[in-house]
Design a binder for this molecule. Structure first.
Ligand code: ZN
Length: 323
């Protein structure tokens, strides 16, 4: 699909962001202009569609390397409205059944099992989607709960796991009494502006000395990958943050800083496991594609590999030090 025509800037539609969300640095350098395209929302949400053709710059922090927009839309609940996807029930069920993220989930649970010695052990999955990770964690012996704001995926997660799935944000849940030994944010933190504020709230949901596991795309590696793909296929648009879906672009340094500023210690960051081709695809496609994905992953797991463009995703573990 081609990009929509560019529309002249309208400053009332954007609020400038003038400091790094991670380290407060004000030296921010533009590196990519993204153009909004909400044409598919034309009927569902005309106000959101009014951003179609407008642009926002992504900027990189000179202090910590973090990437973020230099302005945010002023439309109330912009991100909630963008994520108000009305998926079919069949699609949501397939998301629960599909095993394409099970390798990632298995690696995360293995690492958390080594760290969490309390029994029983309670886990909260923030951004639980259709509930697949909650299900896999239950099978591994965890008592699980989830946070999921989309009503269709939340309903599936609750029905398929029989576990509580809260349709509230982390801040609301933290005002109650629930506390967990481990909290996971897998492919979630890149979507939420001001990530340190969210991590600070998440810390309040942990038991003393509880662990957090955070998986995010590596901003710089994704940028290299997009530029490479666009060089191979010049008609391909660089799509780094269409519609600001990825609003945060982490590096290893900025992810570590974000966790430390939220009060975590013992921060460890490595290359995250990749999604794999699911079992219901053809065997040939699965074997060939997974060999490449796993090859890149294991290469990026070698010493120093996390700081190379091979580390397409980052996986952090950190402990909250409250005693
Ligand atoms: Zn910074």
């Amino acid at each position: 699909m081609t990009l929509p025509a560019r529309v002249a800037p309208d400053q009332a539609l954007f609020q400038p962001v003038d400091r790094c969300w991670v380290c407060d640095e004000t030296r921010l350098e533009r590196f990519h202009e993204c153009r909004f395209d909400f044409r598919e929302y034309a009927k569902q949400d005309p106000e959101l569609d009014s951003y179609t053709g407008r642009t926002a710059w992504l900027v990189r922090c000179a202090g910590c390397g973090f990437g973020q927009p230099d302005a945010l839309p002023t439309l109330p609940r912009f991100f909630d409205r963008m994520y108000d996807q009305r998926w079919s029930e069949q699609w949501v069920e397939r998301e629960f059944e599909s095993d394409y993220k099970d390798f990632i989930f298995g690696r995360i649970l293995g690492e958390l099992e080594r760290r969490v010695t309390a029994r029983p052990r309670r886990l909260l999955d923030i951004g639980a989607h259709a509930g697949r990770f909650m299900h896999v964690a239950q099978r591994a012996g965890w008592i699980v709960e989830g946070i999921e704001l989309n009503p269709r995926t939340a309903a599936c997660a609750a029905r398929r796991t029989g576990a509580p799935v809260h349709q509230v944000n982390a801040h609301t849940l933290a005002s109650g009494l629930r506390r967990f030994n481990a909290i996971t944010l897998t492919d979630v933190l890149e979507h939420i502006p001001e990530p340190v504020a969210l991590l600070t709230t998440v810390a309040k949901l942990l038991e003393p000395r509880g662990w957090i596991a955070v998986k995010v795309p590596c901003g710089r590696s994704q940028w290299h990958k997009e530029r490479l793909l666009s060089a191979i296929s010049p008609s391909r648009e660089i799509s780094l943050a269409g519609n600001l879906v990825h609003v945060n672009h982490f590096t290893t340094a900025s992810l570590k800083t974000a966790l430390e500023r939220a009060g975590f210690d013992e921060v460890q960051i490595g290359t995250a496991a990749p999604e794999l081709v699911p079992r219901d695809c053809s065997a040939l496609q699965r074997v060939a594609s997974n060999a490449v994905r796993l090859g890149v992953y294991w290469a990026a797991r070698l010493p120093g590999g996390v700081d190379t463009p091979l580390a397409l995703n980052l996986q952090a573990y950190a402990r909250f030090p409250r005693r």
